[in-house]
Design a protein. Structure first.
Lengths: 110, 112
């Protein structure tokens, strides 16, 4: 089983809203990632958690706040987003060097 | 900086023909690569990987070739089917980090 589950699949939010994206994996992977993908572009790394600790933050604006409650869960809290933040948000996890992605959350900011 | 790039943005092939998607990388120390398939509205799907101690690796209908001399890898899809239509990315971890560098992607269109 190489499944990374993301919810919700679609999200529409206003610029004053607070929402959260959720990601779950039960493969025992100890590294989890958030990526952002704009249309017709490759995924761009946002955050990496290794053993539940934030190890990489790619200079992401503070309106995006990641959280790793345990080794299976990863959240991305969203607040005061801008329309240009509309994108596909992908969660991934890795075992060794093999990186597996979820199906993503398509986010629209109005 | 490190880069992983693809030669062509779009590749059109006839159903049943073989497809070849190319990728170049800049860091000669890169030792692991992954090919992903991404269908519209979905996350990238792991297809096949290869380590630098190998020149070739085969999966089901797919073969990845690695040429370390010219820092080039390719994905070959045999007997291309309509379900193979997608964007294909090559990717590899930047040495010793969790940062994966992605190529720009090639859109494969399968013509009936």
């Amino acid at each position: 089983d190489t499944e990374v589950t993301q919810t919700p699949k679609h999200l529409v939010m206003g610029m004053t809203n607070k929402k959260s994206l959720k990601c779950e994996q039960h493969m025992g992977h100890r590294a989890m990632y958030w990526y952002k993908q704009k249309a017709k572009k490759p995924p761009e790394l946002m955050f990496v958690y290794s053993y539940e600790k934030l190890s990489i933050n790619e200079s992401v604006p503070s309106r995006f706040s990641p959280e790793c409650p345990n080794s299976s869960l990863l959240n991305l809290h969203l607040h005061a987003l801008q329309p240009e933040d509309s994108a596909l948000y992908l969660c991934a996890s890795s075992y060794g060097e093999k990186l597996f992605f979820g199906s993503g959350t398509q986010l629209s900011v109005l | 900086g490190e880069s992983v790039g693809l030669h062509l943005p779009t590749l059109s092939v006839q159903e049943g023909d073989n497809s070849i998607i190319n990728c170049a990388y800049s860091n000669s120390a890169s030792d692991y690569f992954i090919w992903y398939k991404q269908e519209s509205g979905k996350g990238p799907q792991f297809i096949i990987d290869i380590r630098s101690n190998m020149d070739k690796r085969q999966g089901q209908r797919v073969t990845v070739l690695l040429n370390k001399t010219v820092k080039h890898l390719s994905l070959q899809i045999a007997a291309t089917q309509p379900g193979d239509s997608a964007v294909y990315f090559c990717a590899g971890p930047s040495s010793g980090t969790y940062k994966y560098i992605f190529g720009t992607g090639t859109r494969l269109k399968v013509l009936a």
